[in-house]
Write a protein that binds this ligand. Structure first.
Ligand code: GLV
Ligand code: GLV
Length: 325
């Protein structure tokens, strides 16, 4: 009999076509997160699964997944997976690094430009017919060229985002959780590795690219905002809970920082009370990786990972490769 693969949300067809060469593929027919009881039921029936960041892949999931030979996350971030629980059961798990780096870095820039130049706020003014005509003091935003860019989490995406600043002559600061220097950033941009506190104090734009871990949770809270410049902007295309969103609303309301561009939220799809009422935020519905090539390549990467797992081979982007040694 053919292998059974379940996919918790419809993904681009290229990935499904690839999987169908080795397996019978079933896909959640709803365009909505799979309800937990159904996720556990499907886990019990299938040989491998592709899931998304709203699926909690934890001990309970693996207990239900009696025949599971592998799980592929359709995301680079994998805070939704308890990798230790997978490893304990010798089940390989994978993510989709690399293929969404450019798309996510571009999304961070879209947010940076939009919030600094008040693009969304003023678009609303136009649409609501409230513009009274050109004026010298209208809608003045923040300068970008020559301003200091701070990268928190200079991994693949953070590095790419910083490298894209080249046309804007921005001094670049970065932090490193490992303490290791980033060769590309230092060679290409003369970037400077600094402490988190120094980055907060010196940056005009801070772009967040750290994974969500117990250490990074609420890294940006009231005390972090109080160290930032009043003219600084915060951009987040990583994970919502890295920011204490209630504290952010407070900081934006009180003018402790100038603005924020957000693609991710603490309790998606909800937002902290007050956030959506603020003019100095740009708020996107978690679309960092949402380009044609990025989403397609995520699908084929996840499919290739599943195919390897079904063969008992180490997948290309395995999060627990030690189980194969
Ligand atoms: C999306 O947020 C991802 O981690 O790929
Ligand atoms: C994400 O995977 C990153 O490395 O920035």
């Amino acid at each position: 009999a053919k292998f059974k693969v379940f996919i918790t949300r419809r993904i681009p067809q290229e990935g499904i076509d690839l999987l169908e060469t080795v397996a019978d593929v079933e896909i959640n027919p709803e365009d909505a997160p799979l309800p937990r009881p159904l996720l556990l039921e499907k886990a019990a029936e299938c040989d491998a699964m592709i899931g998304v960041l709203t699926d909690r892949i934890n001990g309970e999931f693996f207990d239900a997944a009696k025949n599971l030979k592998g799980y592929a996350n359709y995301a680079v971030g994998y805070d939704n997976i308890d990798v230790n629980e997978a490893t304990r059961r010798q089940i390989p798990v994978s993510n989709t690094p690399g293929v969404l780096t450019t798309a996510t870095a571009e999304c961070a820039w879209a947010l940076l430009f939009s919030v600094a130049r008040r693009v969304v706020e003023t678009d609303h003014i136009m649409r609501s017919d409230k513009w009274t005509g050109w004026g010298p003091l209208q809608f003045i935003g923040g300068d970008i060229k020559g301003k200091t860019l701070g990268i928190v989490g200079a991994g693949r995406i953070g590095t790419e985002m910083a490298l894209m600043s080249r046309g804007f002559d921005m001094p670049v600061l970065y932090t490193s959780s490992s303490g290791r220097t980033n060769g590309a950033l230092e060679a290409e941009l003369n970037a400077e590795l600094v402490s988190f506190e120094e980055l907060l104090k010196r940056s005009d734009f801070i772009s967040l690219h750290a994974p969500l871990t117990p250490t990074t949770k609420h890294m940006f809270d009231e005390s972090a905002f109080s160290l930032m410049k009043k003219t600084a902007y915060l951009i987040n295309t990583a994970r919502g809970p890295v920011i204490n969103e209630a504290d952010l609303v407070q900081a934006l309301q009180s003018g402790e920082i100038a603005g924020a561009g957000l693609d991710v939220y603490e309790n998606e799809p909800a937002m902290a009370p007050g956030l959506a009422e603020l003019d100095n935020v740009v708020i996107l519905p978690h679309i960092g990786s949402a380009t044609k090539s990025s989403r397609t390549n995520m699908a084929t990467m996840a499919a290739r990972n599943i195919i390897a797992m079904l063969k008992g081979e180490t997948p290309e982007t395995c999060l627990n490769p030690e189980i194969f040694t």
